[in-house]
Design a protein around this ligand. Structure first.
Ligand code: ZN
Ligand code: ZN
Length: 360
């Protein structure tokens, strides 16, 4: 089982992922991988753990959307969720282990025991969930080539899994994200996304929440709703607007071409949105990623959902978003040393450029 460790100087938690750990020499060639491309690869690959027919290569499935009459862990699915084989966090809990295996234990407010190495270095067992969503049954399909139906089903699966995981009282936060390409953190070409449920609330999110709460207390409105209004009034950073969603490059964008998708009507958590909105969201994400493919020569990218902690899903102060970040720049010394970003692109200009690639 992995371990959570807290930096006593920042209070940020870090997951020390023992199950995925690499020995020091294995980091040597980490940047030598080639860029993944979906051209000239077959629809099926016999050693791919995510291809239909190879279901036995992954742990037993958690959920799938599949043809009526077909069985779990066999072919016939179009979206499939399995546990991550090398989880950063796992649901096998550390309760028993916490009490018996260590002398110096403490109990957190959810009732779980965790070892305390010393007063200053705090740890917790890595209890959580780490799931892989296989986005499609086709080895050579990436989001721009998905049918609308496929992307809609994928996003409905995200909601489905969120609503299931949120019931586990040990989990405080659920993040859904996708890494596409080597520069975005994945080497498996078969399109997939991931869901991680954590037993702590990440510090970045805590800061975010604090600002949003503060604004809500002071002004009495959602800071994100006000930001959306300001973006609409300005208009220069918007790349797409529909009945339900706004897509824009944020005013203080941290990365070139970083794109935010937000619902126009106030809603704290994406999983509270109805089926039609979830489907519409999927189609917008496909559109934006296809646009990026044209504008930026098929970049590697990440997308991440920003939701509130599970306990705050109905609180008025927060407003969910989905953020897409093409991996076209690298964090360097200044960013690492300060946590501040240097964005070498101007959001007003990148938004205008992107609009040209989002035509029907
Ligand atoms: Zn595959
Ligand atoms: Zn709002």
């Amino acid at each position: 089982m992995s371990e959570l460790r807290q930096d006593p100087t920042t209070r940020e938690w870090v997951i020390i992922a023992t199950e995925r750990r690499r020995r020091p020499h294995e980091f040597e060639n980490v940047n030598s991988g080639k860029k993944g491309s979906y051209e000239n690869i077959p629809e099926y690959s016999e050693d791919c753990p995510f291809c239909p027919g190879n279901e036995y290569l992954s742990p037993n499935e958690i959920k799938s959307f599949r043809r009526y009459g077909t069985f779990p862990n066999s072919t016939g699915w179009w979206v499939r969720v399995v546990p991550n084989k090398f989880p950063a966090l796992s649901a096998a809990s550390g309760i028993a282990q916490g009490v018996s295996a260590v002398k110096n234990v403490a109990m957190d407010f959810t009732g779980y025991f965790f070892p305390r190495a010393t007063e200053i270095f705090r740890t917790k067992p890595g209890v959580g969930a780490h799931e892989v969503v296989v986005d499609t049954s086709k080895h050579n399909e990436s989001i721009p080539s998905f049918s609308d139906k496929q992307i809609q089903e994928l996003f409905l699966m995200y909601k489905d899994r969120y609503l299931d995981l949120r019931n586990d009282p040990r989990f405080k936060y659920i993040i859904i994200f996708k890494n596409s390409g080597v520069n975005a953190g994945t080497s498996i070409i078969h399109s997939h996304s991931q869901i991680i449920a954590t037993p702590v609330i990440p510090l970045t999110l805590r800061n975010n929440i604090q600002q949003a709460r503060y604004y809500f207390d002071e002004v009495g409105r959602c800071i994100f709703c006000d930001m959306i209004q300001a973006e609409i009034v300005d208009g220069r950073r918007i790349i797409l607007q529909t009945t339900d969603f706004i897509v824009f490059h944020p005013f203080a964008s941290m990365n070139p071409f970083e794109t935010w998708i937000m619902p126009l009507s106030h809603e704290p958590c994406f999983a509270n949105e109805d089926t039609n909105k979830i489907k519409a969201l999927g189609v917008i994400v496909k559109k934006v990623i296809s646009g990026m493919k044209g504008a930026l020569n098929d970049p590697d990218y990440n997308f991440v959902f920003n939701n509130p902690p599970i306990a705050d899903e109905k609180e008025e102060y927060y407003h969910w978003s989905l953020r897409i970040i093409p991996r076209i720049s690298m964090k360097a010394g200044f960013e690492i040393g300060t946590g501040m970003s240097i964005n070498t692109a101007v959001p007003e200009e990148t938004a205008e450029f992107m609009r040209g690639f989002l035509k029907e």
